[in-house]
Design a protein around this ligand. Structure first.
Ligand code: SAM
Length: 233
């Protein structure tokens, strides 16, 4: 269980950072966030006419990456924070992809969908924020069709000891300072803590497998600052 804060406080925190969320992602990741989502969307192998779930879609950046790879795919973005979804809708309207995507308010631990309705699931930087991560993989297993894939992108910790120290210093100092200048400092302090608390890759793989998935691969990207988990039902 990830108990850094309860679900309500977590939702309130995310709703405060919506206006500068995309900008800060680019600044704090030095533009790498786009590359990481792009790689995650490629690994899902989206196909024409198929329907995908973007779990914890936030402002829709991952959904956009998915649709830009396969314009005729359909995407349902799920997030409990209404203001995030409003921003996502705007982002899609700007790019005229509005018809293939829908945004739904809801919780990844108890989704408002029938079983086996999606051809796959993608998620970016979401599961770290959820109190019961096992429940997310179990729920996802329920709503994805047999044969469907999931690709999950998350912020992790580098394996190399030296890089790990610099990574920790960056997270504990730069994130809250820049976050505080542009947005909400405590949200970015939480970000650093949530990265430190996130289970090691092996534990996540076990969690995914326990939910019934066949884990295909877990890739460390950019020295392990992020990981991408790929699994099939
Ligand atoms: C760091 S943002 C990531 C947004 C987006 N996926 C991206 O790639 O930028 C995390 C998102 O997870 C959402 N979230 C938090 N708890 C959630 C839950 N229980 N179910 C679904 N989404 C959740 C937050 O509201 C937030 O929009």
């Amino acid at each position: 269980m990830n108990a850094l804060m309860d679900a309500k406080t977590n939702r309130e925190m995310f709703s405060k950072i919506v206006p500068k969320y995309d900008l800060l992602n680019s600044i704090l990741s030095l533009g790498l966030d786009r590359y990481w989502r792009n790689r995650t969307a490629t690994l899902l192998e989206p196909a024409k006419g198929k329907c995908y779930l973007d779990l914890g879609c936030g402002t829709g950046a991952m959904s956009l990456e998915l649709i830009s790879k396969c314009e005729s795919a359909r995407v349902i973005g799920l997030d409990p924070v209404y203001s995030m979804l409003r921003a996502a809708k705007k982002n899609f309207e700007k790019r005229r992809f509005g018809k293939t995507v829908k945004f739904v308010v809801g919780d990844a631990m108890k989704m408002p969908f029938r079983k086996e309705v999606f051809d796959g699931m993608i998620s970016g930087f979401c599961i770290r924020n959820i109190s019961d991560q096992s429940a997310v993989f179990e729920e996802t297993y329920r709503v994805v069709k047999t044969g469907g894939n999931i690709t999950v992108l998350e912020l992790t910790r580098p394996r190399n000891f030296v890089i790990r120290i610099f990574h920790r210093i960056y997270n504990r100092t730069v994130l809250p300072i820049i976050g505080g200048l542009f947005s909400n400092g405590s949200a970015y302090k939480y970000l650093a803590k949530s990265i430190e608390k996130f289970p090691e890759q092996k534990a996540i793989i076990e969690m995914i497998s326990r939910a019934g998935w066949k884990v295909v691969e877990a890739i460390k990207v950019t020295a392990g600052i992020v990981s991408i988990f790929i699994a099939r039902k």
